[in-house]
Design a protein around this ligand. Structure first.
Ligand code: SF4
Ligand code: SF4
Length: 504
């Protein structure tokens, strides 16, 4: 899950994120999944302490990191743009994976009350008339951050800190080619583009040379990635301090580094550590078995505080398979049951990337999730969901749909309301999720400027016509509910072609 200007979990637009999987962190779902912690109260409390340091101080700049080891980029938190890790600095210390010169300059600015430009996401919210609490306060108030306030403020701004919230993608190897993903995130996508070239949309889509220019393509020489090497050098020291560790990809369950981490946890228990893995839940069987066995062992022996699995799925059945090429929906659903049965202490948050193709069967997915909750949430909350909405590529945006499709969203929201979690029970939809779905609907029905909409409709037709050819799929057979939309896109594309012809 991935890339440029993609996702949005509320109504405040994030600054162009770089990596789809990492974006899922936008929801702070992992800690938010637990009722016991009042995040907003902690955000208010930490605000007073931060304000005493400076009006721009943020603990996330020190204590949170997303490390993209595939291409040597880093950011903290995940709102600011990524930047390159210096290989010279890395030779001196592996802590340079997080403590780059650029971040140190930003930390200095924060200590002096200046606003680092990469943090516009927060500055915009703080400058808005509604006076919302920005992520600066929310993140700084989370347990992994606020406990280390004194360490951060009592050290010089340029000390090499060990982060407490760490997200890492080791590898872009992935057996899927989701419609919204790209070659720098998924090796299967990269392979397709190498074989067939970019997609013939108005601006050629997923052109590898673009990602190369942006220095986003992964280092592919096996065993020769200095960033992964530095990570393992740092790991024993880093591991003793981290509180939340999340692995993303590519597909983490087909990467040996993921299992190296799990083996490490087995050997070095950390009962205060929260571990999370994002997965498409369709790795080869052998690896699924290995994963389940390791997590089962870890959890039954209480070697971790919590484990959260983040499976990604955007709708139901063959429509989900269409959207996420490589997905075998039955295998996916069986693996979800397997995990919930065989790892009884394991938690799970579905990541549903809301896009226009999610809409027709979204209610079916919600029904499936509710059934799972009935079956597995017997004594405590185990199954959660998060629905960030997609912004890029624009032709997959919910905003492209005309109003004849709005009733699907209304039905979903009504279904969630009719099945709200009740006090004392562990299944049902939470107010927080329903509120987010309602905000998504509000966003969905906002009209796009005409020119943008027409481009998106044209691109939808161009993209999926080529997609069907390359992947031997059939849009209309898979999405019969979307025939009108398809025809609308086709007409727009023809109109565009005629205009182009006339202007020649
Ligand atoms: S499963 Fe693979 S292709 Fe799909 S979004 Fe994740 S990395 Fe990309
Ligand atoms: S100020 Fe906001 S954008 Fe910047 S690091 Fe903190 S939380 Fe992230």
């Amino acid at each position: 899950m991935t890339f440029h200007n993609l996702y949005q979990s509320g109504l405040n637009f994030p600054k162009a994120p770089q990596i789809l999987h990492l974006l899922f962190a936008d929801v702070i779902s992992f800690p938010m999944a637990h009722d016991t912690i009042d995040y907003f109260k902690h955000a208010q409390d930490i605000k007073k302490k931060l304000d005493e340091v400076s009006p721009t101080m943020c603990l996330a700049k020190w204590l949170q990191v997303s490390m993209h080891l595939t291409n040597g980029l880093t950011q903290s938190c995940y709102h600011p743009p990524t930047h390159k890790i210096s290989l010279d600095d890395l030779k001196k210390s592996p802590k340079a994976l997080h403590n780059t010169q650029e971040k140190k300059q930003q930390r200095k600015m924060m200590r002096e009350g200046k606003r680092p430009p990469g943090c516009e996401y927060c500055w915009k919210i703080e400058d808005s008339p509604e006076n919302h609490l920005s992520d600066r306060y929310v993140r700084s108030g989370e347990p992994w951050a606020r406990a280390h306030f004194d360490e951060v403020v009592n050290n010089p701004y340029d000390y090499n800190v060990n982060p407490r919230y760490v997200e890492v993608n080791f590898n872009h190897a992935c057996n899927f080619k989701c419609a919204y993903c790209s070659p720098h995130i998924s090796s299967s996508w990269a392979q397709e583009i190498e074989n067939h070239g970019p997609y013939p949309t108005l601006i050629p889509h997923n052109d590898i040379s673009y990602f190369q220019q942006q220095e986003l393509m992964p280092i592919i020489k096996k065993g020769d990635n200095p960033y992964v090497e530095a990570f393992w050098k740092w790991w024993p020291d880093l591991y003793k301090d981290i509180k939340v560790f999340r692995m993303t990809g590519g597909e983490p369950l087909i990467d040996k580094n993921t299992f190296k981490v799990l083996d490490w946890v087995i050997e070095h228990p950390r009962p205060d550590l929260e571990l999370a893995i994002t997965s498409n839940m369709c790795p080869p069987n052998k690896l699924m078995n290995q994963f389940i066995n390791s997590i089962q062992h870890i959890m039954s022996e209480k070697k971790l505080k919590r484990f959260m699995l983040f499976p990604s799925v955007d709708t139901w059945g063959r429509q989900a398979e269409y959207l996420r090429t490589g997905l075998d929906f039955n295998m996916f659903w069986n693996n979800i049951h397997r995990y919930l049965t065989e790892v009884p202490d394991g938690l799970l948050t579905f990541i549903i990337t809301m896009n226009n193709l999610s809409v027709p069967k979204l209610k079916k997915l919600m029904q499936g999730i509710l059934e799972l909750q009935h079956k597995y949430n017997k004594t405590h909350h185990r199954i959660f969901l998060d629905c960030p909405f997609l912004r890029y590529p624009g032709w997959l945006s919910l905003q492209t749909l005309p109003n004849e499709y709005y009733h699907y969203m209304n039905d979903v929201i009504q279904y969630m309301k009719d099945n709200k979690v009740q006090k004392g029970s562990y299944y049902g939809f939470r107010d927080f999720w329903i509120g987010k779905m309602e905000r998504t609907r509000t966003w969905m029905i906002q009209e796009q400027p005409e020119e943008e909409l027409n481009k998106n409709l044209t691109n939808f037709y161009l993209y999926f016509s080529e997609f069907d050819k390359r992947r031997k799929t059939n849009f209309l057979k898979t999405f019969p509910e979307m025939e009108n939309f398809w025809n609308m896109c086709r007409k727009q594309s023809e109109l565009f072609e005629n205009q182009t012809e006339r202007s020649k």
